[in-house]
Design a protein around this ligand. Structure first.
Ligand code: LLP
Length: 451
């Protein structure tokens, strides 16, 4: 009964990243089923999934091949532990991940969320320097991340985060982290002109590294797109530059591909666009095609070998989550990666990326669209109170929220980041459905902000 469900949702569930006082005043959207690019609510209404269920859905909801893979694994075993034991799907998936990730990434450490994948990368990087060459690099204990970075919500990943709105209150709990400016060209933190800035933000990173290289364990970055910050797209060459700096100043590079991995930017991994191999790579979200919680931190033989020794040397990586390497999730991931190949998904993405690009051009004519940022199938449309001065809308106007409610009425589910309207279509979405997503988004922005 939808009425009872609504009542119980409001009575019993505390939703993440949600002001519950406001939530309980609005009618909740309760999803009962999914079909391809559509979410279907308890009343039978259909909505296009324009946010890929928080950036995870790849091949569509209820895909027969993924459903089958999970059912088949379910009839064998649902879970057994990786702490000291092995299981079949986690072995096959690790081999596959090593084959498809950038060269040099050879060892797979599983967990179950993006935040834990990041947490693990941070702890590995830290312990690596403690143990490498008898500890002669023990001073390398700090991290550098970018302003506006988002790497998840656990305390370690919040420590390397840079979003005052989410992270400010936890400051006393966090470890120290150095911040380099974000390549946010629309609102350049260094106030340079986009055309001839010489990538001054990367210069600042270099200055930080030059000064602190003895204390820095790793640089962590969201390759190509700082997602939660509002889809901040880095200029061409930025990532390659960061890789080069990490090598030059002897610090590890952690690539957080949680949001950009698995086809989102048009290549399987964002690092591929610039021929970059990180020292540690974090994967989650789309790894199972959007089906089950699973994450992986993948690293090099060099990092791995610093943890080898006799048990009493205590070089072991003392970290692990109960559901690490869950067989159902690994089976889903294997089936999803297989589908990338079978359905030629990456090739099929190119015309859709171009369609998005073409259609988004018309959004510039809307009087309150300040910036449009696209990288592959990731889009951020920044709404501003004043286009000339780039004056942001005040928070209390909740422009982003109003736009997505308008879109919902028209049959599209999206989720904003403040005043940035985010489009994250299901990767397998048809061109016709994509057109609809764009039309509804355009109308909804026009209705809320005026035309
Ligand atoms: N790293 C990156 C680059 C991410 O984008 C995310 C989540 C994570 C790590 C953490 O993964 P998780 O632990 O959730 O599996 N809070 C925003 C959106 C965050 C988008 C999710 N990204 C919102 O309110 O919409």
């Amino acid at each position: 009964d939808p009425v009872l469900l609504e009542q119980w949702d409001k009575q019993y569930v505390w939703h993440p990243f949600t002001q519950m006082q406001q939530y309980v005043r609005e009618k909740p959207l309760i999803i009962a089923r999914g079909e391809g690019s559509y979410l279907i609510d308890v009343e039978g209404n259909r909505y296009l999934d324009g946010v890929s269920s928080l950036w995870v859905t790849i091949h569509g909801h209820c895909h027969p091949a993924l459903n089958r893979a999970i059912k088949e694994q379910l009839d064998k075993i649902a879970h057994s532990t990786l702490l000291g034991l092995a299981n079949v799907p986690s072995i096959l998936l690790a081999k596959k991940l090593v084959e498809i990730t950038p060269p040099g990434l050879n060892k797979v450490f599983y967990s179950d969320a993006g935040a834990t994948a990041v947490e693990i990368a941070l702890k590995m990087a830290f312990q690596y320097w403690q143990q490498k060459e008898g500890g002669r690099f023990r001073s390398k204990t700090k991290f550098i991340s970018l302003v506006e970075a988002y790497h998840g919500d656990t305390i370690g990943s919040v420590s390397v985060g840079g979003m005052p709105l989410f992270h400010g209150i936890f400051k006393p709990l966090l470890f120290e982290c150095l911040h380099a400016p974000a390549p946010y060209c629309y609102r350049c933190p260094l106030e340079r002109e986009r055309e001839n800035c010489g990538m001054a933000c990367a210069d600042r990173l270099e200055e930080l590294l030059k000064e602190h290289q003895q204390e820095v364990a790793a640089v962590i970055i969201e390759p190509l797109v700082q997602g939660a910050a509002g889809m901040i797209t880095a200029p061409e060459g930025f990532l390659r530059r960061v890789r080069g700096l990490c090598t030059r100043y002897n610090v590890l590079l952690i690539a957080d591909e949680v949001a950009v991995g698995f086809g989102r930017t048009g290549r399987l991994f964002a690092c591929e666009h610039e021929g970059v191999s990180p020292d540690l790579m974090c994967l989650a979200k789309g790894i199972t095609g959007g089906y089950l919680p699973l994450a992986a931190t993948i690293t090099t033989d060099e990092v791995y070998s610093a943890f080898l020794g006799t048990p009493e040397e205590c070089k072991t990586f003392y970290h692990g989550h109960t559901y690490t390497g869950n067989p159902l999730a690994c089976a889903a991931a294997l089936a999803s990666i297989e589908l990338f190949e079978k359905e030629n998904l990456l090739a099929a993405l190119q015309p859709k990326i171009e369609l998005l690009h073409r259609k988004l051009e018309s959004f510039w004519e809307l009087p309150h669209v300040g910036d449009i940022r696209q990288r592959g199938m990731m889009v951020g449309i920044e709404l501003v109170a004043d286009k000339k001065t780039k004056q942001p809308y005040p928070l209390e106007e909740q422009v982003g929220h109003r736009v997505i409610l308008e879109a919902r009425r028209r049959g599209l589910v999206i989720r904003p980041l403040g005043n940035v309207i985010v489009l994250m279509p299901v990767l397998a979405m048809s061109e016709e459905e994509l057109n609809q997503v764009l039309e509804i988004t355009y109308e909804s922005i026009a209705v809320v902000t005026g035309k």
